[in-house]
Write a protein that binds this ligand. Structure first.
Ligand SMILES: [Zn+2]
Ligand SMILES: [Zn+2]
Length: 152
């Protein structure tokens, strides 16, 4: 039987993390789009970039889309294979959510797991942001008060 993945193993298409403009956390909006919670700057993951390009340039090849977006051709081909870019209505082939195993029409995870994955990512990024803001100081202080016992 195929082993399911957990959230930490899920490898998404280079999800944007912190805002390049202000360092804010990028919040998932759906369809490969993320918005900075502070300055509202928009970023896309690989899927979002390719999707936007393909929507505006119908009939492009994977090579053209790769040149224009900077996303690897291999990644684009995987997206096409997974029919993440084009959902075939009435198709009898189903994909499985990599996390919970539920049947899905397109993509790699079901919408529920996608939302949950991004929620966890955003939580982690908020924690990282706090640490970067200098909360690490208190921690060092705590450690200093600890008694060091040496093993001999
Ligand atoms: Zn920002
Ligand atoms: Zn799922």
């Amino acid at each position: 039987m195929e082993r399911l993945k957990n959230f930490s193993e899920l490898d998404v298409y280079h999800r944007p993390e912190l805002c390049p403009e202000c360092g804010g956390v990028m919040i998932f909006k759906g369809c490969g789009e993320y918005k900075c919670e502070k300055c509202r700057h928009i970023e896309y993951d690989d899927y979002g970039k390719v999707r936007n390009y393909v929507e505006k340039h119908a009939g492009v090849t994977a090579a053209q889309a790769s040149d224009a977006t900077g996303v690897k051709q291999k990644t684009i081909r995987t997206m096409l294979k997974e029919s993440r870019l084009e959902i075939a209505e009435g198709s009898s082939t189903f994909l499985k959510c990599e996390i919970c195993g539920v049947k899905i029409r397109s993509g790699r995870v079901c919408p529920k797991c996608e939302v949950e994955f991004n929620r966890r990512m955003e939580q982690k990024l908020h924690e990282r942001q706090k640490k970067m803001a200098g909360f690490g100081m208190g921690r060092d202080g705590e450690e200093g008060t600890k008694r060091f016992v040496r093993d001999r």
